[in-house]
Design a protein around this ligand. Sequence first.
Ligand SMILES: Cc1cc2nc3c(=O)[nH]c(=O)nc-3n(C[C@H](O)[C@H](O)[C@H](O)COP(=O)(O)OP(=O)(O)OC[C@H]3O[C@@H](n4cnc5c(N)ncnc54)[C@H](O)[C@@H]3O)c2cc1C
Length: 389
Amino acid sequence: MTTIAIVGAGLAGVTAAQTLRESGSDARIVLVSDDEHAPYDHPPLSKAVLAGDDPAEKALLHEASWYAEHDIELVLGAEATTLDTAAHTLTLDTGTEITWDQLLLAPGSTVRRLDVPGADLPHVHYLRTMAQSTALRDRLAEHGQVVIIGAGWIGLEVAAAARAHGCEVHVVDPLATPLERVVGPRIGQWFADVHAAHDVTFHLGEGVEEILEDGVRLSSGTVLPATTVVVGIGVLPRTDLAEAAGLEVDHGIVCDGALRTSAPDVWAAGDAASWDHPRFGRVRLEHWSNAKDSGAAAARSMLGEEVTYDPVPSFFSDQYDVGLEYAGHVPRGVEPEVVLRGDPATNEFLAFWLDGDRVLAGMHVNTWGALDEIEPLIGTTVDRDALPG
Ligand SMILES: Cc1cc2nc3c(=O)[nH]c(=O)nc-3n(C[C@H](O)[C@H](O)[C@H](O)COP(=O)(O)OP(=O)(O)OC[C@H]3O[C@@H](n4cnc5c(N)ncnc54)[C@H](O)[C@@H]3O)c2cc1C
């Protein structure tokens, strides 16, 4: 019998296993995760679960019985430590060795760590796993003073959850506006305004010098009082296993357009996979939709289907009463023009990022259904008067 091993039981790995079964594969499927928890989704961990609105179980991808029902061998709490692509074996830290015919690497990302004095103090939190989310939720429920380092998606969503708990919230970032690298200064300022309206205080253009037992010292010398510090300064793809096995790695596990890695019979998907996108060049995405879609695409590719993985990148976020979806990709170095439809002050508008007449990206805020109009425009040339909204 063919054995398919999958490293990582996040959204990409679980979707791949599900797609294999739904496509009629009768292979032995072994799904390995170093997390102790049954597989779960990440977005609720910084939103409803963190805010205390939903129990952590709501984030589970499937009921516990689903894996056995689909004849998927779920191995939890075991890290795959050695991959031998010549011998087709995967060794776990439990000592188990799995001999595979095909392998999918879906190891996701790990948080970037802050490297300043005091960064390992016990009141410093990171947010990636379910255990980290519930620990932080319990801490926020104590209504203290929270300093969030990093005004990216995680930092802003944690700020909203912390305000929902009634905490005093300060957000520190070296850039001039939140999310500046993703949405640029104009829309970044809108995010700052949304949070300021919920009494979040920003310290922008500031670095962090040191974390103290009761505060955070900024580069300006200001000390912000803090009972809880949350670090959200980005993630790094988990490429260690692939790299040690001699696979090609370049800020991600290098794949072709069908998600095949440089080693025969080995595929990659999710946050860790960097692939040849027919329209956008080499791409690696840390988005929910990519984890789901690439897991499914890799599974089809493993089954021998001709696959060209060609999605329009998209992601979503929820903060307070603001829900948004963004599609497209603004390459580094491009300074696009932002065209707005509607008034951002109403928290209901569309934004487009244009390079000349070409639409690089679009976003809607609280305009549900608009993503269906935005996505087909990405990469096309438009008459800007004809932009929807
Ligand atoms: C808190 C949070 C909120 C988010 N919110 C949003 C959002 O609102 N919108 C959006 O678009 N995206 C969001 N994302 C991003 C999105 O969830 C990720 O892109 C997606 O989860 C990636 O899925 P993945 O399967 O590639 O990796 P993961 O979900 O990280 O899964 C990989 C799994 O593999 C395990 N693993 C790694 N190496 C090994 C090994 N050697 N052996 C065994 N197991 C291993 C890891 O422990 C992990 O459990 C969020 C992410 C986080 C952390």
